[in-house]
Design a protein around this ligand. Sequence first.
Ligand SMILES: [Mn+2]
Length: 311
Amino acid sequence: MSSNKIKPSHRRAWSGLKSSDPAAEIGVLGVPFDRASSFRKGSSFAPQRIRELAPHIAPASEEGVSLSGLRIYDYGDVAIDVNWEQYFGTVEKRAASVLRHPFSLFLGGDHSVTIPLTRAFSKSIKGEFGVVHIDAHLDLADTFEGRRWSHACTERRVLELPNMNSHKLSMVGIRSFMEDELSFLGNHPEIGIHTARSVYMHGINNVAHDVVEQLGGVGAVYVTLDIDALDPAFAPGTGTPEAGGLSTRDVLELLRVLFSKLPVRVLDIVEVSPPLDHADITCVAAAKVIYEVFGWVKRNIAFPVVSETRQ
Ligand SMILES: [Mn+2]
């Protein structure tokens, strides 16, 4: 018996779900890049800290569904490069291999990493895709501080992708607007904007079903979770916190609906900053979200025909 087999699950990578099987249901890649952060940095430490904490969560969903049998192939991190352009190119290439799995989880990094990740996703699928952007911020600036690749420009770059239509972009948790973003939104009323206040007033379930209705008909969905969508009480460890945000429960219930009603193929979690965190609150929130997602992916993928669903 190998020593790996006798370790309790909380001592093993991804709670013992880590697999070297290329047919694994889930591919994971860390993108520890925080050069685009405009305020406080530190998100480059997130993939490592989330991996350290994740195994302390038992391999079951919060409602007691075992994750046993689910296989997670962890590709490690894309090593940092001082040249952002070169780095984004490498991220896109590495992401392309991860995207062969039925489901991909990407761990940022700041929100700029979603730019090369969505580029890779766009190329990996046939037909139109949708994006759900869960964030305090719109990230719709054309340039920010002179950079087109800033974490404030993510969704502007996403809207430039050939198979991404602004009708299929939906945002939840918004509570901060820049001047040029407001004028862009004025010209694009088709973009779904669900403010944090709207979530408070109407409830997360109603908002989630609005998102599902807007994105209906697309063949694949990319979900990007900027952890600052959460209120700083639930996620203090992030570069650009905004008060008045969502609860961890809101985000879990939103994702629960999205994963049951839409063909979600990717989740990225960005802007988690361990050096700015307190008692790992933010990293633990991210890890909990990840394990619930694992449960929904397990449920959604019909075993044992996984290899047939891969490209
Ligand atoms: Mn944000």
